[in-house]
Design a protein around this ligand. Sequence first.
Ligand code: NDP
Length: 494
Amino acid sequence: MSHYTLAEGCPYARNDTTVQLRNGSGGGLVLLQDTQLIETLAHFSRERIPERTVHAKAAGAYGVFECTHDCTDITSASFLNTVGKKTDVLLRVSTVGPESGSADTTRDVHGWGMKLYTDEGNLDWVFNNTPVFFVRDPIKFPSLNRSHKRHPRTHRPDPNMFWDFHTANPEGIHQLMHLFSDRGTPASLRHMNAYSGHTYKFTKEDGSFKYIKIHIKTQQGIKNFTREEATKIAGENPDFLLEDLYEAIESGNYPVWNVYVQVMDSKDAETYKWNIFDMTKVWPHQDYPLRQIGRLTVNRNPRNYFTDIEQAAFSPSNMVPGFAPSADPMLQARMFAYPDAARYRLGTNYQTLPTNAPHAPVYCPYQRDGFMNFTTNYGSDPNYIGSSLHPTTFATSATSPSRPVASTITEHEKWVGEVSSFTTTMSEVDYEQARALWGVLGREEGHQERFVENVSLTVAKVERRELRGGVYDLFRRVDSDLGARIEAKVEGGI
Ligand code: NDP
């Protein structure tokens, strides 16, 4: 039982009446002095915050990451410094293009936002359920997403627009192969992998580092819907994936993922056959096998969806000592774009919201004031740097994430500077990994056939013959039979 008050604390007789000036016949005029009515209506008009432009529809829950293997030879990250060490985690899994009210079994890449509340601050892993991405030049990111969302005139998703973008920007072919495979329609968020996509660095206090890619692999087994199943469920229960995760956790059936890294020496990066800063490429398992670092268990539903999940803000720029960015231009741009989106969506003090606040102590007194500041705002501490009146101490560690590890520019860094200026010009090499995935699909009965149908049904809605021809050519460059099969289906009326 709770005792009702107005929002300012005043105990109030009822919450279901409006104060009126009665005219003696039962009706009356509503009075401005009815604070309860005015506050109720005014707050209702303001209870929406901007929806995320992408990744709007999501499930979320809390869990724990446990370090399972000794990693001290490759990183000094505190959360990985002892086998058995546990770190609290917030997980938010989303579709990308559709809105918050959309059906979650719609074919799409799935985002994997994961906040590790480590004892040295928050580390955010802002990953996807595919190991690659559609573009490798960040300036294309808004265009890519617009082409997947609603047409500016019809306000409907539009296959003409979708394929127009992808035929003009064919570096996305590897990701398209993932999207139109069965993994484009996961049957459950518990039965899905996630990948860093980007190359990151593990760093050590001695200044050394390794390049890494992270793989989060479901221990429930991969499970996908066919196109027909996903479409049917979208109509019957548009919140199917949310419900599945929530109910599994409520019943104590906690999903588990093992967490692995692929590890590469900086010297190897200079001569490796793929550009390791190109987000459209994987590192083949054969060259760089997976090495386990931990295990994730998701075990607690949010207490309140809005405060815990909607107000959650993830950014690849949230890193901890021992973990650092690489020169991947997509990663560098995302490190700006994600906090920028959070400042717009949640306000300048979004980092102090309970779901985003680190569990580690925070002392950042040069970032203060601003709208909706609920903190003590550092009291009388100096709001300028370099005070002798109230000196500040700093970490001695050489592993601060965004700082150069060495004071001089190394030969490797010179090399990084050269290769990271790549453009999105395509060559035959860019089709090789898409072709490898086409081969992987061929290992499973019926998967290639389903893939051809999944693509063909959307291409059949493209009005211009030349554009359809562009799509056939795109897939022909992956595999001539694949392109021919799509063309035969579409032009033959499916
Ligand atoms: P391998 O032959 O060693 O492994 C193929 C991998 O493909 C599997 O380990 C599995 O990754 C993944 N896979 C299996 N079925 C599907 C599917 N239906 N849709 C998408 N992925 C699937 O291959 P390579 O490492 O040499 O890579 C070959 C291709 O496999 C790549 O071009 C890439 O498209 C894809 N792949 C590669 C990954 C990598 O990091 N090397 C990761 C995922 C896919 P998992 O075990 O992670 O489920």
